[in-house]
Design a protein around this ligand. Structure first.
Ligand code: A2P
Length: 272
């Protein structure tokens, strides 16, 4: 299943998150994921694993063109020249000559250079070096600013989303502007989300795992997901979450958990 971008093209709805995998382990996990059917791999300069991701893709034996690669850059590169450098560095580490989707990793509003970062991505796309451009952790106020300044809307905005912290206003803005929302840490990044009684009970009813119920909720809302796992059984479970369809009542019951978790990575104060 793919999600369609407003600028044309599409992205697999389910991909593999790679933070905090590095080195040989990262290469092994990426190659295994591709062998089991993953076609979207999510990385970032900040994860220091683009090299491992690139090796994993090569080791998989699957043609590069069949893999959708997302990467991101830090605030040090929030300028038109900086984004060019960021592309060259990431493309070299990944061992590719184009990148499918490149994102501004965080708006870093105090640094106040994210409009320049966006201009840099627009230039990269015009040069054909990246297929699609987008943002990560951009809230409506940040998106309003880059769209207002450039007239170019991101294809995708990656946001921290899980049933307990689901950013409904930001997601609604993205829908209204034709921006695909993709959830990072869709499983709560290893916190106690998957032990939430409502989720555990629902999983038992569907004869599924708590992770699959949570991922099925994201998919029902039309969100992309990039769950990370280095465990083949879980990687497969996550990929197969696409087969689990929750009733509208159960989707609503999970959405009602909104507000029961606080993020320590709010884009107005956190970023790199
Ligand atoms: P592991 O890599 O040992 O499987 P997120 O993608 O939200 O950041 O969550 C990643 C965390 O969730 C990791 O700790 C990962 O551990 C764990 N995880 C990933 N998939 C599953 C799953 N299907 N069931 C339980 N835990 C999972």
């Amino acid at each position: 299943m793919n999600l369609t971008f407003a600028d044309g093209g599409s992205i697999p709805q389910i991909g593999l998150g790679t933070w905090p995998l590095v080195g040989d382990e990262c290469a092994r996990v990426v190659a295994e994921a591709i062998a089991m059917g993953y076609r979207l791999i999510d990385t970032a300069y900040a994860y220091q694993n683009e090299n491992g991701v690139g090796r994993g893709i090569k080791d998989s034996g699957v043609a590069r063109e069949e893999i959708f690669i997302t990467t991101k850059f830090n605030k040090d590169d929030h300028s038109v020249d900086g984004v060019q450098r960021a592309f060259e560095r990431s493309a070299e580490a990944l061992n590719v000559d184009y990148i499918d989707l490149m994102l501004v990793h965080w708006p870093n509003p105090e640094h106040n250079m994210y409009v320049e970062a966006w201009l840099g991505l627009i230039a990269l796309q015009e040069q054909g070096k990246v297929r699609h451009i987008g943002t990560s952790n951009f809230l409506p106020e940040h998106l309003d600013r880059i769209i207002g300044a450039t007239g170019v809307t991101p294809a995708l905005d990656q946001l921290q989303v899980n049933p307990r912290y689901s950013q409904p206003e930001a997601r609604a803005y993205n829908v209204a502007h034709g921006i695909v929302t993709q959830s990072w840490s869709p499983l709560g990044q290893g916190n106690d989300l998957l032990q939430t009684p409502a989720i555990v009970d629902m999983a038992a009813r569907y004869d599924a795992t708590p992770a699959q119920v949570v991922l099925a909720w994201h998919l029902a809302l039309g969100l992309g997901i990039v769950p990370k796992s280095s465990e083949p059984v879980r990687m497969r479970q996550n990929l197969e979450a696409g087969a689990l369809v929750l009733t509208p009542e159960d989707v609503a019951a999970l959405s009602a958990l909104e507000g029961t978790e606080v993020s320590d990575k709010h884009p107005s104060t956190f970023g790199h």
